[in-house]
Write a protein that binds this ligand. Structure first.
Ligand code: GTQ
Length: 352
């Protein structure tokens, strides 16, 4: 007996009728969607986008006149990606926001499963308390609020303090891992010495012998600007990345891993006139210009930046950085979702 081939007997309208009847069973024909589901490469819905400090700073200060930190709980302008309308997202996995705290204010204690990081953009004399440890925050400091840690912010400053918040909210939302809890009081007790984690874990290569932290995040919760800036400044040209210049990661001092389970953070310096090579990768990132004037080409479009500007780099976009000054360094802070992508073997990189 020959095997049956039946396609000659099938009428196109029979197929159409069949397909249109499928939705009532909540099923669909994979054969019509295979190429859409399994693209050769990532296709991000997020768009490259740059938020300008000179536009956002006045808006943030205006929020300071209209809404108190007590009312707002967190007085933040969220950086919303124009390609991800309706979502609280700066890239498809990462969220960035600009937070303002004014002299004497307190942003009440709460905790949540999303991890948070802060990079201080303006001012000094603010603080964050994380699980009983108060940390001072000044320009350029990088501070962690790992997931499910109680945290409140306050200010003993004489002027506004502004920082970039980075959280994994879009990722946690997709994975339906969001939990949130307010603290019973506005502020929590300060049960540890000021900047305690810096004293215990903040001297590179020197760790306490009587305890070995085993959490999924860095036990060092604050990385001071002076140390990080000096570290990128002192790298020799031989120690540079072709695609990123003099770049260092804020790591967990115990194991050299990322400072948070879901997000890796970096400081990079571009020498006067330096142009990096073009590459793309399957991690998305948020960048903050800290010093200098530069340009990042993303998919061949120029995003020119100055201090305080923030830009989103979606997945798999070709990009290269350039320092536009002939005399001054340019410095970028950034964070990305590499720990997650690496954990699942989804991290890839290409150079052009
Ligand atoms: O400081 O705890 O930008 O909970 C968004 C959510 C900041 C914070 C944000 C938050 C915080």
């Amino acid at each position: 007996m020959a095997t049956t081939t039946h396609s000659h007997a099938v009428q196109p309208q029979q197929v159409e009728q069949y397909l249109s009847g499928l939705s009532q069973y909540n099923v669909g024909p994979l054969w019509k969607f295979l190429r859409q589901a399994l693209t050769p490469e990532p296709r991000s819905q997020a768009k490259p986008f740059l938020w300008r400090w000179h536009e956002l700073r006045p808006q943030l200060l205006r929020a300071g006149e209209l809404v108190s930190a007590a009312e707002a709980e967190r007085r933040v302008l969220m950086l919303l990606n124009p390609g991800l309308e309706g979502r609280i997202a700066t890239t498809h996995t990462l969220y960035g926001g600009l937070q303002l705290i004014l002299p004497g204010e307190v942003a009440a204690t709460h905790r949540h499963t999303p991890n948070a990081l802060r990079f201080i953009m303006e001012g000094e004399g603010a603080y964050t308390v994380v699980d009983g440890e108060k940390m001072t925050m000044s320009f350029g400091d990088f501070v962690l609020t790992p997931n499910w840690t109680w945290h409140d912010h306050g200010s003993e400053a004489s002027g506004p303090v502004v920082w970039l918040d980075g959280l994994d909210i879009p990722l946690a939302t997709l994975l339906e891992g969001i939990f949130f809890e307010p603290y019973p009081d506005e502020a929590q007790a300060h049960t540890k010495p000021l900047n305690n984690s810096v004293a215990e874990y903040g001297k590179s290569g020197l760790l306490p012998t009587w305890q070995r932290f085993t959490g999924a995040h860095s036990p060092l919760l604050k990385y001071a600007w002076k140390d990080a800036r000096e570290a990128v400044a002192s790298l020799s040209s031989a120690a540079e990345s072709p695609c990123d210049g003099a770049i260092l990661e804020y790591v967990n001092p115990i194991n050299g891993g990322p400072s948070l389970a879901t997000m890796a953070s970096f400081l990079q310096k571009l020498k006067p006139g330096q142009k990096t090579e073009t590459h793309r990768h399957s991690v998305s990132a948020i960048y903050l210009a800290v010093e200098g004037h530069g340009r990042t080409l993303i998919e061949d479009k120029a995003y020119d930046w100055s201090p305080g500007d923030v830009f989103a780099l979606p997945t798999w976009c070709w990009h290269a950085h350039e320092n536009l000054s002939a005399t001054e360094d340019a410095v970028l802070f950034s964070f990305n979702d590499a720990p997650v992508m690496k954990a699942f073997n989804w991290s890839r990189e290409q150079t052009r």
